[in-house]
Design a protein around this ligand. Structure first.
Ligand SMILES: C[S@@+](CC[C@H](N)C(=O)[O-])C[C@H]1O[C@@H](n2cnc3c(N)ncnc32)[C@H](O)[C@@H]1O
Length: 318
């Protein structure tokens, strides 16, 4: 499927403000209402939701002033889809197999990995190559809804299969030192791929954590900094991803993805389905805070109770 686009269906009634995010191909529109909204909204790169929600909607990552994302890595020279090319250089980076399998033309991640190397701007394969799965846009109809105790959350209208891509966490890419101490900003996502690869602070190592990848090691020496250098700040600019809540027993997982460069400190942050997720289930991932790690300006430990409702809930986010 090609030419995917997002539809934002804004619905306001007495108590419920819900924003429906639908992804469908231009050739299989099922409903004239979606079609009309799609046409209206495809004219906008971003939407300002004003006081109702208070942020600027953006589907893509913004880069803060003075920062630059490299785009310098070599690409593969495959024709068509890389899935059938045993010599694909991007497959080699992933440990010789592509990280995705294709099911009904949608890529699904086989397992969580330390990092996924996707085909990118410098590759000659086609846009629908399975190794560009995180670049294909929304695949499911999702809704932002008001939860009972966690503020806004996101739930699905469709069944989502394990390994399916959900979305990228987008916002403004910043240095973490710029946002340190901003306790009122609940929408900051630290890019901790390198720390996860090294298993720091109790992070669970994943397949490929010990990979001997010259390009990673050249840019990131063996001494990973204890704290991530960069973060994504979705406080004022972001997508529906900023509304996805934490759960101690999550149905999504975070996956670092590299596309046009190999600097894992600046990896793209993607969310994928960990299980089969049924319609109307809320989407949640583990925020991964270390308990007692959040401290106020006056040195007090800040505690936030968790209302995820999982039987093995840790009772606090931090
Ligand atoms: C990234 S925002 C998620 C969207 C948020 N619920 C909203 O209404 O904008 C993170 C904040 O949501 C709330 N939150 C997320 N998961 C939670 C949970 N399991 N229990 C309690 N509050 C949660 C906390 O206030 C947290 O700081």
């Amino acid at each position: 499927m090609s030419d995917f686009f997002e539809v934002f269906f804004y619905q306001l009634n007495y108590h419920v403000l819900s924003i429906l995010f639908v992804s469908m191909s231009s050739f299989c529109l099922q409903n004239m209402q979606y079609s009309l909204v799609a046409k209206l909204l495809s004219a906008f790169g971003s939407l300002t939701f004003g006081n109702a929600v208070g942020f600027v909607y953006s589907k893509s990552l913004k880069i803060s002033k003075g920062m630059k994302i490299p785009s310098d890595c070599a690409g593969c020279d495959c024709e068509g889809d890389c899935a059938n090319n045993k010599k694909c250089s991007c497959a080699q980076l992933n440990g010789s197999d592509l990280p995705y399998v294709s099911f009904k033309n949608i890529g699904r991640l086989v397992e969580p990995k330390a990092v996924v190397f996707e085909c990118g701007a410098n590759c000659s394969c086609n846009r629908n190559c399975v190794n560009r799965t995180s670049q294909q846009g929304l695949q499911h109809r999702l809704e932002v809804f008001k939860t009972a105790s966690k503020g806004w959350g996101v739930r699905t209208w469709d069944t989502i299969l394990p390994g399916a891509p959900i979305c990228e966490y987008v916002g403004v890419l910043r240095r973490t030192e710029e946002v340190d101490g901003l306790l009122h900003n609940n929408y900051i996502f630290d890019i901790d791929c390198l720390q996860t690869m090294k298993g720091l602070d109790g992070r669970e190592k994943r397949a490929g954590s010990d990979m001997n990848m010259p390009s990673l090691h050249a840019e990131n020496d063996s001494e990973a900094p204890p704290a991530p250098e960069y973060c994504i700040d979705a406080g004022s600019i972001g997508s529906f991803a900023r509304f996805i809540n934490h759960s101690c027993n999550p149905n999504l997982f975070v996956q670092c993805v590299l596309t046009n460069h190999h600097d894992v400190k600046l990896a793209k942050v993607m969310l994928f389905a960990a299980d089969t997720i049924l319609p109307l289930q809320e989407l949640c991932y583990d925020y991964g805070y270390v308990l007692n790690s959040v401290v106020s300006a006056d040195g007090e430990i800040v505690k936030l109770p968790c209302y995820c409702g999982a039987p093995d809930c840790r009772k606090r986010l931090y």
